[in-house]
Ligand binder design. Sequence first.
Ligand code: NHR
Ligand code: GAR
Length: 217
Amino acid sequence: MQQNQTQTQNIVILISGRGSNMEAIVKSWQHQMFPQNTKIAAVISNNADAAGLNFAKQHNIATEVLSHKNFASRQEYDQSLIKIIDKYTPKLVVLAGFMRILSPEFVQHYQQRLMNIHPSLLPSLTGLHTHKRAIESGLKIHGCTVHFVTAELDAGPIIIQGAVPVLPNDNEDILAARVLKIEHKIYSKAIQLFLQGKINANSDSNNQNADEFLIAF
Ligand code: NHR
Ligand code: GAR
């Protein structure tokens, strides 16, 4: 037990592009928002051109690229991805703008320790192009959700949500930027709660932290 408490809690972050959520998490780590024994062990991308890889390198975080284009099936890709991720013995795997749907086998392997951020107030607006759809459907409130990942897309247990208004002159980009600012806050908060042992993927007791679970701006 003693050993468990002092053992490093490794985080592996998966990205596909810009990586601004990953940056926000790295900055939170540098500002010691997470328990002392936390380490951001690696940033992994399916896309060699992901801008976020440069930021990770500059911060001396290990980076890896595994392109899905070289694989015949999703299952084979996911098995190779698992091998790379597991080199870093993660306590938590974080999807931060990772744009590949993950197979049930992958999700099972990281059961209870796989998180995603989705740019909508789930269960509304699952899938892609959420900001456009929020505007088109006339929503007045929109936002983002951190959830544990299950095999069913965007349907795993919700950890924390942040809400923003949709304003009359919004377009997709303006709204996306307003939501993104909140994403950067709630993702670190969710990771903090998890690494502090305050939440898990199958507990109603998550609600005991309810005041920390909804952030509105
Ligand atoms: N995997 C599972 N099993 N469950 C979830 O909830 C997942 C997931 C993988 C990624 C992030 C996600 C989101 O929050 C996520 C959640 C990509 C797609 C997608 O359609 C959908 C949802 C999410 C990420 N991807 C296409 C694909 O064929 C590729 C699109 C592209 O390359 O631009 O994988 O919304
Ligand atoms: C974020 O808005 C994230 O919520 C969204 O992509 C953006 C990635 O930005 N994720 C999805 O749409 C998942 N389907 P980032 O690379 O700057 O973190």
